[in-house]
Design a protein around this ligand. Structure first.
Ligand code: BTN
Length: 267
């Protein structure tokens, strides 16, 4: 796989095993793993292509933002799937968040990770407030979907990018090394199961999501499309994945928004 890439044994196990991965591409440097996975989807590639990189020069975030991570310090991945959207496509990004949180929890401790709606991975040392440790970008490409994730694995010896000054890495929270390839293996395994839950047992998936979601019960501010702002308390997650926000007068369904926790909290 080339220097710094995933061990051959891991790649063999991912491709041969029951996970969704059918092939793996490793890039020491690429513009964006999600751009590359989209390109493959458009060219008719078989589902299950996993694109990994050590460094991205034009990493993409949600809502048109960029995603910056120092080279060699994270897990940067995009997995191309041909996953039916189903009646509630908004639940798929939640399933990815649950898989990421469960994989991270196995490495840093269950109580040290949570999700901010819809799928930012939060992590914190005991006594500290939550900070972002990973972001997820799920994009539809025709009948395919590209699941992109950027995880801050170890930023202990690295200057953080200016746009990620508040972010945290899993190794900082764990207080020891975290192996990004073991994290990847765990994520692929859990994602396979959580996507099956989405199709066959959506109530089980939503319950697991709500258990991990630090947004629930919080005072939140949601930046809605069209420069609108909603403030209130996040009370639940609807069957279609929307965040339910009570503003004191009515309950509102938030489908696409940046949500801020008004009073930062921790585990
Ligand atoms: C967010 O805004 O929180 C989502 C960030 C997603 C970043 C990942 S890094 C790997 C993949 N390739 C990209 O260009 N973006 C995603």
């Amino acid at each position: 796989m080339g220097s710094g890439g995933p061990p051959e044994q891991l790649v063999g196990a991912l491709v041969a095993g029951p996970s969704l991965v059918s092939s793996v591409e490793w890039h020491e440097r690429i513009d964006s793993t999600s751009r590359r996975a989209r390109e493959a989807a458009e060219a008719g590639a078989a589902p299950g292509l996993l694109v990994l990189a050590d460094e991205q020069t034009a990493g993409r975030g949600r809502r048109g933002r960029s995603w910056a991570a120092p080279p060699g310090t994270g897990l940067l991945l995009s997995l191309m799937l041909r996953e039916p959207a189903g009646p509630n496509p908004g639940v798929l990004p939640l399933a990815v968040g649950v898989a990421l949180a469960e994989a991270a929890a196995a490495h840093v401790g269950d109580a040290q990770v949570a999700l901010k709606w819809p799928n930012d991975l939060l992590a914190a040392r005991p006594g500290a407030t939550w900070a972002k440790a990973a972001g997820v970008l799920v994009e539809a490409v025709g009948d395919a979907v590209v699941v992109g994730a950027g995880v801050n694995v170890d930023w202990r010896a690295t200057e953080r990018p200016p746009e990620a000054e508040q972010a945290v890495s899993l190794a900082e929270v764990a207080g020891r090394d975290v192996d990004r390839w073991r994290l990847l293996a765990a994520f692929c395994g859990v994602l396979t199961n959580r996507l099956a839950d989405r199709r066959e047992r959506p109530e089980k998936l939503l319950a697991a999501y709500c258990d991990r979601c630090a947004t629930l019960g919080q005072a939140v501010a949601a930046e809605l499309p069209g420069d609108r702002r909603l403030t209130g308390r996040a009370v639940s997650v609807a069957d279609d994945g929307a965040l339910v926000v009570d503003d004191g007068h009515a309950r509102h369904l938030v489908h696409a928004a940046d949500v801020v926790h008004v009073r930062p909290a921790g585990p």
